[in-house]
Design a protein around this ligand. Sequence first.
Ligand code: KIV
Length: 263
Amino acid sequence: MINVQTFRRRKLQNCKISMVTCYDFWSAKILNQTDIDCLLVGDSLAVVMHGFESTVHATLEMMKLHTAAVVRGAKDKFVIADMPFLTCSKGIEKGMDAVQELMQAGASAVKIEGAGHQAELIAHIVEAGVPVMGHIGLTPQSIHNLGGHKVQGRREGDALKLIDDAKKLEQAGCFAIVLECIPNKLGDCVSRAVGVPTIGIGAGPLTDGQVLVLHDLIGADPDFSPKFLRRYANVNQLVSRAVGGFHDDVTQQAFPALQETYG
Ligand code: KIV
């Protein structure tokens, strides 16, 4: 299993890190059988699992419930849990309470969106022995401030700030940093500027690892197709066909067959 120490080694060895989101027990069991390096219980679960408009609606209760389910299913994986909306903006004590709850739900680390203003809390959490993954670029918890899901760091000043933010996160003690929706070249610059691995989503091929939302990569929602997404399956079609087949069999009295019934 990958751990905080091996993350940095993987960067030095130029050995890319793979991460995928996971929100529930049954998919965690499947992912536990794969070679995927780590699982993220992302606050995107508010959108993907609960149908909310944005990650702003993820609560600590939701994050704890999903984290515990994932950890029960993926016993051999390094599981990172997202600190939900505003849990990092109410002072160190409240932030630490949230960290405690997620770690006691079974997480191996927490992920925090934002840079400069989170540095003090991050340093405190790391000092307390909890690994922290940073997250900069497009930070969906700040969607209302960013004016939508837009590529970040296109202007020179914004790009320089992003590089500076990454350095601040490294200094604060982050073991890895997610870079979301930034230009390819900036993904490379940030990755070269820090000693800890960067994990990109829509940040080009030159980051030290890649993360995708599981439901996106398996094609659960055909209507969601951002530029950075590659689909590896068409689960939407697979599930529709399977359930359609079941429905047809039931209505045509072809299910259950004799061998599927108790004598
Ligand atoms: O919540 C999430 O799924 C994430 C990834 C997109 C990195 O933060």
